[in-house]
Design a protein around this ligand. Structure first.
Ligand SMILES: NC(=O)c1ccc[n+]([C@@H]2O[C@H](COP(=O)([O-])OP(=O)(O)OC[C@H]3O[C@@H](n4cnc5c(N)ncnc54)[C@H](OP(=O)(O)O)[C@@H]3O)[C@@H](O)[C@H]2O)c1
Length: 241
């Protein structure tokens, strides 16, 4: 029987590519999203993948969302914590609200989503938790103290939980994408992208969402059972850990 995968923020950008790649690899996939109903509807129409709306920043909504997905598709075997936002500002201009929104979604959201699926994975002695962190959680980025802190937090979470899940057949890993061609990156000023960001990437281009999705498919597979607590850096050579 097919395993069930839930991808948060799975209707757009990297998450959409992950949802599609997992479906193509034979999983039953559910894609969560926050508020863009039109994008979600178009995604389901195009892919046949069901979508579920709730905010990963809201714990009770996550518990309810997991319950809905499990009622429809069965117990969740693979959780991809991909939902993420940016609220960039230099620190002296960063508001408490900008800090809070990013921490609530990008870090607490990972707790909120993993906590409700964890007991079932432990009982069934199988699970895959794959956290989409960022190169900027590894190296830090000016203008992103909030985002860098949250994404670095995701890496600590990954390593701690990997130790707890190991004996229960659950692997917990992270992927740190570099700059990937999605709405999030296309929102960056064209001049900044061309003159400041691309020259820092040795392969000379942005990454494609599908390149991150292929890492997820590998980490979700039985072949990756000995890999836990690790971080895959997929950044075109921009930063080596
Ligand atoms: N793009 C990059 O270069 C890059 C690099 C490194 C890491 N990342 C990380 O990769 C992940 C995906 O990024 P992306 O560029 O694909 O983003 P994106 O194109 O902006 O898509 C974000 C997705 O997350 C969903 N989302 C946002 N806040 C949410 C919330 N509170 N609850 C549930 N879903 C929520 C969005 O839902 P709606 O459609 O409803 O808004 C959307 O489906 C993020 O964690 C990001 O930090 C991206």
């Amino acid at each position: 029987m097919s395993r069930v995968a839930l991808v948060t923020g799975g209707t757009r950008g990297i998450g959409a590519a992950i949802s599609i790649a997992l479906k193509n690899a034979g999983y039953k996939v559910a894609a969560n999203y926050a508020g863009n109903d039109a994008a979600a509807e178009a995604f389901t129409k195009e892919t046949g993948i069901p979508t579920y709306k709730w905010s990963v920043a809201d714990y009770d909504a996550c518990v309810d969302g997991v319950r809905r997905v499990e009622t429809d598709l069965g117990p969740i075997d693979i959780l991809v914590n991909n939902a993420g936002i940016t609220r960039d500002a230099m620190f002296h201009k960063m508001t408490p609200q900008q800090w809070k929104e990013v921490i609530d979604t990008n870090l607490t959201g990972v707790f909120n989503m993993t906590h409700p699926v964890w007991p079932g994975m432990r009982e069934r002695k199988f699970g895959r938790v794959i956290n989409i962190s960022s190169i900027n959680g590894q190296k830090g980025q000016a203008g992103q103290a909030n985002y860098s802190a949250a994404k670095a937090g995701d890496l600590g979470f990954t390593k701690a939980l990997a130790q707890e899940g190991a004996r229960a057949g659950i692997t917990v890993n992270a992927i740190c994408p570099g700059y990937i061609a999605t709405e999030m990156v296309k929102a960056i000023d064209e001049k900044v992208l061309k003159e400041r960001i691309l020259p820092q990437i040795p392969v000379g281009r942005l990454g494609e969402p599908e390149e991150i999705a292929r890492c997820v498919v590998f980490l979700a597979s039985d072949d990756a059972g000995f890999i836990t607590g690790s971080t895959i850096s997929a950044n075109g050579g921009q930063y080596f850990v």
